[in-house]
Each structure stands twice: as structure tokens, then as C-alpha cells.
Write a protein of this length. Structure first.
Length: 183
């Protein structure tokens, strides 16, 4: 039996519906945090430590473009702090980088959300290059000497290469969340 829905009339907000809405709203941030935790696990993979900032950057960028309400600035701040703690980075460096990424993604959101994947990926590559440069500059400033740029370039390459498969998975999750909201 299908219920006809009248515009403006919503079903009774039961406890289950409230938990469901909370789960859908928190999925992007919680999924990003759990992904970062999984990447930080001692698996012994080559380049694993450099994968953490790229994953966080790609996830924040994706969710900020396609579901910005689920990735508010306070949550981006907390994810950046979590990334700093997991990656043993100076506190605040990845916070600043993720907030910078969030701001750019929100600024470009209207144009990017309706574009083809290649355009969104190119925008992410530009943001990842800026993030790698900013991280290198901040790390150099904090260590009071110019650090070699090779690690920052490697992190940039990992982030740029990680975005397509991660975006494919996150797009499926985003569509699933949107389908639940329409139901």
C-alpha cells in the first residue's frame, strides 16, 4: 500500500526516523574519520603515512562540494585536528589546510556540482597542489629551515591519484543517502 504524500505534511518524527536522519547527516564526517583511522593503522604499506593527508583532503573536498550541510566548518576543524594527531604533524597544519580546502570547495560548489567528473577532478588537483605547497611552507616555517619539497610532491601525487577511486565510492554513498532522503 503506497501512501500519498501531501506537500508540507511530513511523517511523525519517531525515534527511529531521528536516528536515521542523524546517521545520514553524520555519515560523511564519521566515514572520513573512520577512513583516516584505518589508514593510520600499522599495516606496513609503502607510502601509507603520506596517504592520510591525501585521503582527508579528498574526502573533505568531495563532501564539501556535494553535501556541504553534512560537513560544517567545525567538523572540518575536528577532522583536521584528528589528522594532525594521527599523522604526528604539528598541530594546526592540517586543520588550516582542510579549512582552506573546505572554503575553496564551498566557493566553487555551485559550478562544480553540475560538472563532469574530469572538471571536478581537475579542480581537486589544483586544490591538492595548493594544499601541498601550503603544507610544505608551514612545515618549513615551523622547522625554521627550508625542507626538501619531495615529500610534499609525493603527497600531492597520492592525493591526485586517490581522488578518482575515492570519489567513485563516495558518489555511491552520496546517491544512497539521497535515495533514502527521497523515500
Amino acid at each position: 500500500m503506497e501512501i500519498e504524500r501531501t506537500p508540507g505534511i511530513r511523517p511523525q518524527p519517531t525515534l527511529w526516523r531521528q536516528f536515521d536522519a542523524l546517521g545520514r547527516q553524520s555519515f560523511p564526517a564519521l566515514g572520513t574519520a573512520l577512513g583516516m583511522l584505518a589508514i593510520a593503522a600499522p599495516l606496513g604499506l609503502p607510502g601509507q603515512a603520506e596517504l592520510l593527508p591525501g585521503f582527508a583532503l579528498a574526502a573533505v573536498f568531495f563532501w564539501s562540494v556535494f553535501r556541504p550541510a553534512a560537513m560544517p566548518p567545525a567538523m572540518v576543524f575536528m577532522l583536521g585536528l584528528f589528522a594532525d594527531l594521527l599523522g604526528f604533524a604539528p598541530l594546526g597544519v592540517r586543520v588550516l589546510i582542510l579549512l582552506f580546502t573546505y572554503g575553496l570547495a564551498l566557493r566553487w560548489r555551485r559550478r562544480l556540482a553540475s560538472q563532469q567528473f574530469a572538471v571536478v577532478w581537475l579542480a581537486f588537483v589544483v586544490v591538492a597542489a595548493g594544499a601541498a605547497g601550503l603544507e610544505w611552507g608551514l612545515d618549513s616555517l615551523l622547522s625554521l629551515r627550508a625542507l626538501p619539497p619531495a615529500p610534499a610532491l609525493f603527497e600531492f601525487a597520492l592525493a591526485a591519484g586517490l581522488y578518482p577511486p575515492l570519489a567513485a565510492v563516495l558518489t555511491r554513498a552520496h546517491r544512497g543517502i539521497a535515495a533514502w532522503e527521497r523515500a
